[in-house]
Design a protein around this ligand. Structure first.
Ligand code: KIV
Length: 267
C-alpha cells in the first residue's frame, strides 16, 4: 500500500536528530528496491545524465527526461519521499519557466518536492516555487551544473572568501523557503557550521559526517559507475563485476548450447 513519507516526516526526523538517508534513483526497479529497503528520500537526480545517459556532465539533461525518470520512480515508491532535480536551463533563465517546470515535475512526474542548484542568485526563484506550495530542496557548494564556472568538479569553500560565500548562500536559500539543503563537496567543518546554524536539515555528499543526512548516487555506491571514483563514495557492492560474470556465463551457455535447458523449454 502506498503511504509515502511527507515533508512532515522529514521535519520530524530532523527535530528528533534522526539521520536522513537519501539515494538517487532514475527508474522503476532501483526505486522499488531502495524503497523496500527503507530509504527515507529518493532523489531523481540530474546525475541521470552522467550515470544513465553517459553524458560528460549534467548540462544536456532535459525536462522531458527528468519527467520520464521521475514518473518511473514515483510509480515504484510506496514509502519514500521523492525529490526531483530541476535540470539545467529549466529554472535559471526566467522565474515563470522555473514555476512551470517545478509544477510539471510534481504534476506529470509525481514528485513530492524539487531540488535546484544555487545560492543568493536563486532567492527569488526558490520563493516563487515555494509560493506555489511546492517544497524546495536547495543545493550549494560543488554544484555540478556550474562545472564550467568551477573549472571542473573541485571541492568548494577551502579558502575564507569561498567559505563565507557558501555560508551566505545557505542562509539565502533557507530564507527563501527551502525545507532542506544539499551540501556537496565542501570541507566537513564548514558543513558542520552550516548545519549548526540553520534550522532546516542539511544533506551531505562529500561534505563529511556532521550533516543531518547523507546522499549518494546509487550507481556509484553499487560499483556500477565507470572510471574515477571520488573519495567520498563508499562502495557497498561491485555490481559491474557481478553483471559481467552473469553476461559472460550467459554468452558461453548460448554458444555452447547449454541454454535453454529442458527446464526452460515447453513440451
Ligand atoms: O543529481 C544528483 O545526483 C545530485 C546529487 C549528487 C546530490 O544532485
Amino acid at each position: 500500500m502506498k503511504k509515502p513519507k511527507t515533508i512532515l516526516d522529514i521535519r520530524e526526523m530532523y527535530e528528533t536528530k534522526k539521520k536522513i538517508a537519501v539515494l538517487t534513483a532514475y527508474d522503476y526497479p532501483f526505486a522499488r528496491i531502495m524503497d523496500h529497503a527503507g530509504i527515507d528520500i529518493i532523489l531523481v537526480g540530474d546525475s541521470a545524465g552522467n550515470v544513465v545517459a553517459g553524458h560528460e556532465n549534467t548540462l544536456p539533461v532535459t525536462m522531458e527526461e527528468m519527467i520520464y525518470h521521475t514518473r518511473s520512480v514515483t510509480r515504484a515508491v510506496e514509502h519514500s519521499f521523492v525529490v526531483a532535480d530541476m535540470p539545467f536551463l529549466s529554472y535559471q533563465a526566467d522565474i515563470s519557466d522555473a514555476r512551470r517546470n517545478a509544477g510539471r515535475l510534481v504534476k506529470e512526474g509525481g514528485a513530492h518536492a524539487v531540488k535546484l542548484e544555487g545560492g543568493i542568485n536563486l532567492r527569488q526563484t526558490i520563493r516563487a516555487i515555494t509560493d506555489m506550495d511546492i517544497p524546495v530542496v536547495g543545493h550549494i557548494g560543488l554544484t555540478p551544473q556550474s562545472v564550467h564556472r568551477m573549472g571542473g568538479y573541485r571541492i568548494q569553500g577551502r579558502n575564507a572568501e569561498q567559505s563565507r560565500k557558501i555560508k551566505e548562500a545557505s542562509e539565502a536559500v533557507r530564507e527563501a523557503g527551502a525545507f532542506a539543503l544539499v551540501l556537496e563537496g565542501i570541507p566537513e567543518l564548514l558543513a558542520g557550521e552550516i548545519t549548526a546554524s540553520l534550522d532546516i536539515p542539511t544533506i551531505g555528499i562529500g561534505a563529511g559526517p556532521l550533516c543531518s543526512g547523507q546522499v549518494l548516487v546509487a550507481h556509484d555506491m553499487l560499483g556500477l559507475s565507470q572510471g574515477f571514483s571520488p573519495k567520498f563514495v563508499k562502495r557497498y557492492a561491485e555490481l559491474s563485476q557481478l553483471m559481467t560474470n552473469a553476461f559472460t556465463e550467459y554468452i558461453t551457455d548460448v554458444k555452447e548450447g547449454k541454454f535453454p535447458g529442458k527446464e526452460h523449454s515447453f513440451n
